[in-house]
Design a protein around this ligand. Structure first.
Ligand SMILES: O=C(O)CCC(=O)C(=O)O
Ligand SMILES: [Fe+2]
Length: 396
């Protein structure tokens, strides 16, 4: 088993660090970190969803007996309780043996049906918007160090969506290699089972692509003719145990494989510290859409072409520049009304305002700004960018 310490280039905090330490050493440096079980100890999910694991488990994957003992999860799911509480909910599952382009084939079933197939190691329950589905249940609290979360703050205010998930998988289920949506951060707390993480610092993904830019799908079965350079990619491997929490920084590609029956809770999140990364990912997604329909450019007026690109971006990735700007407006209003005693742990307000204003300046320099202006106007939001500036400038 890989060593779970700094030798492996990942910082481990047994005791929860202060927000200032986390900000300085991880959010701003964009470096991963693991928190010990103390962070999640009081969660209802850790108390009610699991029981001690006394099973002798026959694993599907290739580990020898000694490793099996060492890797045996301390806890296992409390299936009767989970079925009783949540059995009739509809959940989305990924088929770990059927690929669908760059992802796994998805389908739906009831949670009760999932519980029956859980041990088979084929279907992986993913992206369950658990808090939305069971708002009264209160399975966990967002740790203070992760509370400054603009994405969920915006979506919850709109009451439309969120990025708060529960995952449940059997031995050998996995999430293919990817970087997170919008280059957001993620945090993932393991309730039971073991997760084997492989993390690649930003930039290393160039070794994980073929000549056409396709990314390796599963690190466990690489075609070395198609992907001849994968061995060169620097990586961190970490076995995440029951109760531990992984912080995944922006733009780090990663793959996750489950050992034993696993349950995890994870959020995608973003804030002023990774705003630049998020913004550049938006612009690059927009560039990709533009390229993909370049043959239509001649047949359309420039405004119409721009709007079509935005619509495609929204349909394809769930966001567009309008949503991004509305998120900045939502956060700017809060920063403007800042009141110290009510506020969560976060960087200095003035610094956050500067980050947003810097992004707006970057926008202004890009050709897409004209399209964005028209697009916002069409949605009755023509003053949004000026409104953001009026809210933030007094904070500088
Ligand atoms: O647990 C998994 O399978 C995937 C988690 C993940 O990709 C993340 O937290 O960003
Ligand atoms: Fe991820």
């Amino acid at each position: 088993m890989a060593k779970n310490d700094e030798e492996n280039n990942i910082k481990y905090y047994k005791d929860i660090p202060t927000y200032q330490d986390f900000l300085k050493n991880h959010l701003l440096l964009n470096k991963p970190v693991v928190f010990g079980p103390a962070l999640t100890e009081t969660w209802k999910a850790r108390q009610e969803w699991v029981i001690d694991n006394d099973d002798i488990i026959e694993y599907n994957n290739n580990v020898n007996n000694e490793q099996q003992q060492e890797e045996r999860p301390k806890m296992k799911p409390r299936l009767d309780y989970l079925k009783d509480q949540f059995g009739s909910a509809i959940v989305g599952v990924a088929d770990c043996i059927e690929r669908d382009f760059t992802d796994q084939k998805r389908s739906e079933m009831t949670f009760e049906e999932f519980i029956k197939v859980w041990p088979n190691g084929r279907y992986y329950l993913k992206d369950w918007h658990f808090v939305r589905a069971f708002p009264e249940y209160h399975a966990y609290d967002v740790p203070k160090v992760f509370a400054d979360d603009w994405m969920n703050e915006y979506w919850l205010q709109e009451n439309k969506d969120d990025y708060r998930f529960v995952y449940m998988g059997g031995d050998g289920t996995f999430t293919p290699l990817h970087a997170d949506v919008y280059r957001s951060y993620s945090w993932s707390s393991n309730i039971c089972g073991i997760k084997r993480w492989t993390l690649f610092p930003p930039g290393e993904e160039k070794y994980l692509k073929d000549r056409l830019g396709n990314l390796v799908y599963d690190l466990r079965s690489i075609d070395h003719v198609q992907f001849p350079n994968t061995e060169q990619a620097k990586r961190i491997i970490y076995y995440q145990r029951d109760g531990e929490t992984m912080f995944v920084p922006s733009g780090w590609y990663h793959q996750v494989e489950n050992i034993g029956l696993t349950i995890s809770i994870n959020h995608n999140w973003s804030n002023a510290c990774n705003l630049g990364m998020t913004f550049r990912s938006l612009v690059s997604d927009l560039d990709d859409v533009e390229k993909s329909i370049d043959d239509l450019r001649e047949s359309m007026a420039p405004i119409e072409f721009g709007q079509t690109c935005h619509q495609l971006l929204l349909a394809h990735s769930g966001w567009d520049c309008c949503i991004f700007t509305k998120m900045l407006y939502c956060i700017s209003r809060r920063l403007h009304d800042y009141s110290e005693e009510k506020e969560k742990e976060q960087p200095k307000v003035k610094w956050q305002a500067q980050q947003i204003l810097t992004i707006l300046e970057e926008w202004k320099k890009r050709k897409e700004i004209k399209v964005l202006d028209d697009y916002l106007e069409q949605q009755g939001l023509s003053n949004l960018i000026n409104d953001i500036k009026s809210l933030l400038l007094p904070l500088l």
